[in-house]
Design a protein around this ligand. Structure first.
Ligand code: ASP
Length: 442
């Protein structure tokens, strides 16, 4: 059994968290591959080491005295080193780094030291081997990861170690040999790449939340975490605005059929959220609620179009769709009737709505088009819908009882989600009503 465990910045912010991380790792023999971020915030209002490093580079670049900011960065590390009683010369380490910057190493190099130094300290603390991402994660010129080269390098490097390693997240190498950063939060991607390369049985992503939540905590008070979710459900929720993992950090493990477990470092006994391709039927029944999660987005419009006998006329839609295409408008849903249909479009994809509508009127006749702006879409996502009748009934009932007018409703062919369109003013209420209705104990 082999597990890749990635720890985010808040799990590495101080010596106490380093100790918690070590306890977590040592409590399971399978946790042999560790990927780390740079130390994050210790309290609200604190700075992430990554941000301090960006700031430090700007000071150096514009010839502003950088001694204070460098001191702050070194202090973050010496606090950890001293708190753990480690023998690690942080001054010497940063002298070497600053030398390299003065000799032309760029911003990405300096910022990457946030994770690199953190990984070296963690390796020393655990007694694991340090494996540098610079020699193991390779990008193409367009910034995408060269998977083949990366997987091969990681496998080779791992084979040359004791079998227990710490890898810094967030950076790799460009084809010209320059070090380059990933996008912010990129250590999640490194963790997924390492897990996929080594064929781990599980990718654990340890963070400071109890898992993926059933709804936006800014809208619903203390939403339950989702115990189990499929990769498909996760995609639906992410697409509909849920802020969870970056797509690029899911792809490598999904492709390699590795389950991903989001865990809370501060509550290691919590099972967190398990993401997998599918779950056993009996596990479905073990889930507490019919709905896996609820997410939504504002900023849509509904464009109703009248076209006589559109249901029967071959190619009738095509002319209108071409106009939408020309204007860059993305059509997310089409609801059709006999003589009319409605297109649901995110407003921000339409470059010039007036000229687009004028063209549609030219094509279909004046008076044929009606636009309603200020529409929100709310998705109830669940793999359990396909096997259980009554879910849409419950949705309609709950919204009706709460005086929320449904502007449109659409259920995907795979019955993985039900999407409801409501007025923007009802958006938050709609999410709360649905959440309460599906989590109510009755
Ligand atoms: N330290 C980097 C950041 O703050 C990368 C990461 O944490 O994944 O974005």
């Amino acid at each position: 059994m082999l597990k890749t465990v990635k720890f985010g910045g808040s799990s590495l912010a101080d010596p106490a968290h380093f100790k918690m991380v070590r306890d977590i790792i040592f409590s399971d023999e399978a946790r042999k591959i560790v990927v780390v971020s740079a130390p994050g915030k210790r309290f609200s209002g604190d700075n992430k080491v990554t941000d301090l490093l960006y700031l430090c580079y700007a000071h150096i670049k514009y010839s502003v005295d950088y001694a204070n900011i460098l001191h702050l960065i070194k202090e973050r590390y010496s606090d950890i080193i001293n708190g753990l009683g480690l023998d690690f010369d942080i001054d010497k380490k940063f002298d070497g780094i600053i030398d390299k910057i003065k000799n032309g190493a760029g911003e990405d190099f300096l910022v990457s030291r946030g994770e690199a130094v953190c990984a070296e300290i963690m390796a020393k603390y655990l007694g694991y081997d340090f494996v540098d991402s610079y020699e193991n994660v390779f990008f193409n010129y367009d910034g995408s990861v060269n998977l083949e080269k990366t997987y091969e390098a990681i496998k080779k490097s791992y084979d040359a170690t004791s079998g227990k390693i710490v890898v810094p997240g967030f950076y790799g190498t460009m084809p010209n040999g320059n070090l380059a950063l990933m996008s912010r939060g990129g250590s999640d991607i490194t963790g997924a790449l390492v897990a996929a390369a080594l064929g781990a049985d599980m990718y654990e992503n340890w963070t400071d939340v109890p898992g993926i939540l059933m709804a936006d905590p800014g809208i619903v008070d203390n939403p339950y975490p989702i115990p189990r979710i499929t990769y498909n459900e996760l995609r639906e929720l992410t697409y509909m605005g849920a802020k969870v993992l970056h797509e690029a950090s899911v792809f490598p493990v999904r492709q390699a059929k590795i389950p991903l477990n989001i865990r809370d470092t501060n509550n290691p006994e919590d099972p967190g959220t398990l993401i997998n391709e599918e779950f056993e039927e009996k596990e479905l029944n073990a889930d507490k609620f019919y709905i896996t999660g609820i997410a939504g987005k504002k900023g849509y419009c509904i464009i109703d179009i009248k076209q006589e006998n559109v249901a029967r006329k071959i190619g009738a839609l095509r002319g209108v769709l071409k106009i939408f295409e020309k204007h860059g408008a993305t059509i997310e849903h089409i609801l059709s009737g006999v003589d009319s249909y409605s297109l649901i479009v995110p407003m921000d994809t339409i470059k010039d709505i007036y000229s687009m509508i004028a063209e549609v009127k030219d094509f279909c006749g004046a008076g044929s088009v009606n636009v309603t702006e200020g529409i929100s879409l709310v998705a109830c996502v669940s793999r359990k819908m396909a096997s259980r009748p009554g879910i849409s009934g419950r949705i309609f009932g709950a919204l009706g009882e709460n005086d929320i007018n449904i502007r449109m409703i659409s259920q995907g062919a795979e019955e993985l989600n039900i999407i409801i369109g409501v007025d923007d003013k009802d958006y938050a209420k709609c999410i709360r009503v649905l959440y309460n209705s599906f989590t109510r104990k009755d």
